[in-house]
Design a protein. Sequence first.
Length: 64
Amino acid sequence: MTNSNYKVVPEAKEALNKFKYEVASEVGVNLKEGYNGNISSRDAGRIGGNMVRKLIEQAERQMK
């Protein structure tokens, strides 16, 4: 089994982390620095889902 959780561009880690906090703020989820294992699966899904949606929108704009 391969690890699918690796960063293709390791330098993007900090930008993605900042983006995560921005999206969490937009959807009303309070993340703290460090461990956030106490948030609900629903909230984590809202953050991740919105991150993906925004990244897809950005890629589509760049393709036009």
